[in-house]
Design a binder for this molecule. Structure first.
Ligand code: PMP
Length: 426
C-alpha cells in the first residue's frame, strides 16, 4: 500500500505543501539499518541517498547506536545549549586527535546551530566581520543552504525565488569547467579583481564546494582548487570551503579539499559529522580569525549532546586509521567503471562525474533523470536527482555499504536507465 491508497493521508491534509522528498518516495518508512530502509509493509529499499549525505556510516550504525543508548541510559545531558558537558569535551578531544592534529590543522571549532545552513551563515558573518567587507564570491550552480545569507550565495533560481526579498552582497563566478576547457582558469575573476573600474567591490571571501552536490555533481579539479586558494591569497580574500555534503569521508579523505593540498581559512561541516543523522554543524577557522564576541552568534541548539556522542563514536571507529579512506577510494573505481559501462552501448548524451563515493549520471534532460529515479524506486533503490534542471542522477551510498550492496544498487540503476531511456525514446 502507498500513501495515495489511503488518501487523504495526514501527510496531505496536515503537512505543508513544502514537503518534498516524500513526494518522490510515496511510502511510509518505518525502520532502517545499514544501507537499507524498510517501509511499514516491511518492503526493503537500498539507500543510495543516505539522508542527503548525512548517513556516511549507514542507518543506525551499531557502534554509534551503542554509544548513544549508553549515554541516554546514564541520563546524559540531552538538551542543546552550549554549556560545557562531558559529551562536548569528549567530542572536542576526539576531533582534535583524529582530525585536526594528524592534518596539522590549527582550526578553532565553533558550534553555530545544528544544520548546514547555520554553519554557512556563521562562516559568511565571520568573514565579513574579520574583513569589514560585504561582498562574497560564490560559484555558478553552488548550493549553500536555504536561509537568506546562504541562499544569496546559492545559484538555483527556483530556490532563490523562495526568498521573497532580494538577495544581496554576493557575486557569481564560473565554477570549474563551466565555460568549457578553453578559457584559462580564473581569467574573468582575476581581471575584475585587478581592474578598479570593474565594479567588483573587494570581496571579503570566496565560498566554494569542491564537488557541487546539489548543483549536479560538478567536480572541481585539484589544480583549479589550488589556483583558487592562490588567487584568494594574492587578493586578500578569505577562502571558505563548504564541506557540509562532501566532508566526513565522502570523497575519501576526511575533508574533500585534502586532495588539493590546500588549507582553507574557514570550513563548514554538518550532515555526516554526527554520523547518526542527528543534527550537528561545525564552523572551523584559523585561530587568528576568532574575533567573535562571546554570544555574538548564538542559538538554543548549538550543543547537541547526543550528536556529540555519536560523532565521537564515529571518529573513534572510522578515523583513527586510514582504512575507511582507502576503502572509499578503492570503490570509486568500481562505481566509475560500472557507470561508464552504463554510458556505453550507444547511449550518447550520458555523462559520468564523481569522486570517492559521490557520483552523478547526467542525462539530456530532467525528465529522463526523474524517470530513472522513479523506476529505481519501484525496483527498491532510493536515488535523487540534482543539477539546475534535475538532469543528474546522484549516487550517495553509505560509505559502509558492502561490495554486494554497491553492485546490487548499480545493477538496479542499470535496469532503471534501460527502462526509462527505452520508454522515453519510444
Ligand atoms: N552546504 C552544502 C554544500 C549542502 O549540500 C547543504 C545541504 N544540501 C547545505 C549547505 C545546507 O545544509 P542544511 O540542509 O543542513 O541546512
Amino acid at each position: 500500500m502507498t500513501i495515495t491508497d489511503i488518501a487523504p493521508s495526514v501527510f496531505e491534509t496536515v503537512e505543508s505543501e513544502v514537503r518534498s522528498y516524500c513526494r518522490a518516495w510515496p511510502v511510509v518508512f518505518e525502520r532502517a539499518t545499514g544501507s537499507r530502509l524498510y517501509d511499514e509493509q516491511g518492503r526493503p529499499y537500498l539507500d543510495f541517498f543516505a539522508g542527503a549525505g548525512s548517513l556516511n556510516y549507514g542507518h543506525n550504525n551499531p557502534v554509534l547506536k551503542r554509544a548513544l543508548l549508553d549515554y541516554l541510559a546514564d541520563d546524559g545531558i540531552t538538551h542543546g545549549l552550549d554549556m560545557s558537558t562531558t559529551a562536548k569535551r569528549d567530542f572536542l578531544e576526539t576531533f582534535r586527535s583524529t582530525v585536526l592534529e594528524p592534518r596539522a590543522l590549527p582550526y578553532k571549532v565553533m558550534f553555530p546551530g545544528p544544520t548546514g545552513t547555520n554553519a554557512v551563515e556563521a562562516a559568511l558573518k565571520l568573514a565579513r566581520k574579520v574583513t569589514g567587507r560585504e561582498t562574497v564570491v560564490s560559484f555558478t550552480n553552488a548550493f549553500h543552504g536555504m536561509s537568506l545569507g546562504s541562499l544569496a550565495v546559492t545559484g538555483n533560481a527556483a530556490k532563490r525565488a523562495g526568498a521573497g526579498v532580494s538577495l544581496h552582497h554576493a557575486t557569481r563566478m564560473p565554477f570549474d569547467h563551466y565555460l568549457g576547457d578553453r578559457v584559462p582558469d580564473f581569467l574573468w575573476f582575476e581581471r575584475l579583481l585587478d581592474d578598479p573600474g570593474s565594479g567588483l567591490d573587494h570581496p571579503a571571501a570566496v565560498i566554494v564546494e569542491t564537488v557541487q552536490g546539489e548543483g549536479g555533481v560538478n567536480v572541481a579539479r585539484a589544480e583549479w582548487l589550488r589556483g583558487l586558494s592562490e588567487l584568494c591569497r594574492r587578493h586578500d580574500m578569505l577562502l571558505i570551503v563548504d564541506d557540509v555534503q562532501m566532508g566526513c569521508g565522502r570523497t575519501g579523505d576526511f575533508f574533500s579539499f585534502e586532495e588539493a593540498g590546500i588549507t582553507p581559512d574557514i570550513v563548514t561541516l554538518s550532515k555526516s559529522i554526527s554520523g547518526y543523522g542527528l543534527p550537528l554543524a561545525l564552523c572551523l577557522f584559523r585561530p587568528e580569525l576568532d574575533v567573535w564576541e562571546p554570544g555574538e552568534h548564538n542559538g538554543t541548539f548549538r550543543g547537541n549532546n547526543p550528536a556529540f556522542v555519536t560523532a565521537t563514536a564515529a571518529l573513534d571507529a572510522y578515523w583513527r586509521d586510514g582504512a575507511l579512506r582507502e576503502r572509499t577510494l578503492g570503490r570509486a573505481d568500481r562505481v566509475e567503471s560500472a557507470l561508464l559501462d552504463l554510458c556505453g552501448g550507444g547511449r550518447a548524451g550520458l555523462a559520468v562525474r564523481g569522486r570517492g563515493l559521490v557520483w552523478g549520471l547526467e542525462f539530456a534532460d530532467g525528465e529522463r533523470a526523474e524517470a530513472v529515479c522513479r523506476r529505481a524506486f519501484e525496483l527498491g533503490l532510493l536515488l535523487e536527482t540534482s543539477g539546475p534542471r534535475g538532469e543528474v542522477v546522484k549516487l550517495l551510498p553509505p560509505l559502509t555499504a558492502t561490495d554486494d550492496e554497491l553492485d546490487e544498487g548499480l545493477g538496479i540503476l542499470a535496469r532503471s536507465v534501460r527502462h526509462a531511456t527505452g520508454r522515453l525514446a519510444a
